[in-house]
Design a protein around this ligand. Structure first.
Ligand code: ADP
Length: 208
């Protein structure tokens, strides 16, 4: 089973993709995480990518597709879930060349809810768990005791830019996948578990 989880910035793609991958034993491909790995690796591309992410812009389609292909070539699981890719029409076309996608889960959230989430989001430096500042109460990661930090792009100015770019460049993909008959909308306005249940229901009915 090959899936895409899409939606605006900080709509919960990462958390729900993790859930799906654990339940169905699929490979989690997060392009945001792949780019953050490149930034941390201090290679020639690192500084340029850091600037792009910090300002809320998109990296080039060619670069991101190369990273996705690399990850796909190492896949030993029965399928994968793309989290954060494709984000432009061109990326969707690139993917269509030799990959077959069974379903696209669109997580729907509103601007205010996601902005609040972004401002309170902390990430474990070690296990990459996504955490909330109020729940942490100044403590270390509850899963691995790692230190926590704030993402480069989790501030109001960058969030506004990411949201604008989502509406202009990524939202047109909704129609693209709707026309193919593989788009499933999930309202992500309650708890993580409620949303996971809604996704499980959709996936259990898929004839793959
Ligand atoms: P979010 O979940 O908030 O959307 P991500 O972790 O998925 O954030 O992505 C962080 C940033 O990485 C994006 O704002 C963008 O700069 C870059 N990025 C991630 N995926 C892509 C992509 N498919 N194409 C271009 N840039 C990307």
């Amino acid at each position: 089973m090959n899936l895409i989880v899409m939606g605006g910035p900080a709509c919960g793609k990462g958390v729900q993709t993790k859930h799906i991958c654990e339940k169905y034993d699929l490979l989690h491909i997060s392009t945001g995480d792949l780019l953050r790995e490149v930034i941390n690796s201090n290679t020639t591309n690192s500084q340029k990518i850091k600037e792009i992410i910090t300002t809320g812009n998109l990296v080039s389609d060619d670069l991101i597709y190369e990273l996705v292909l690399q990850k796909l070539s190492q896949n030993t699981k029965k399928g994968y879930v793309l989290d954060g890719f494709p984000r432009t029409s061109n990326q969707a076309l690139m993917l269509d060349v030799n990959q077959n996608i069974d379903a696209v889960i669109l997580l729907e959230t509103d601007y205010e809810t996601t902005l609040k989430r972004v401002l309170g989001r902390r990430v474990c430096v070690h296990c990459k768990a996504s955490l909330n500042v109020d729940e942490l109460k100044g403590k270390r990661c509850p899963y691995c005791s790692g230190a926590v930090s704030t993402r480069l792009d989790d501030n109001e100015t960058t969030f506004k830019k990411r949201y604008e770019i989502y509406k202009m460049q990524s939202a047109p993909l909704i129609k693209y996948y709707e026309d193919k008959g593989i788009l499933y909308r999930v309202l992500n306005n309650s708890s993580i578990d409620e949303t996971s249940k809604k996704i499980d229901e959709i996936l259990s009915k898929l004839k793959v």
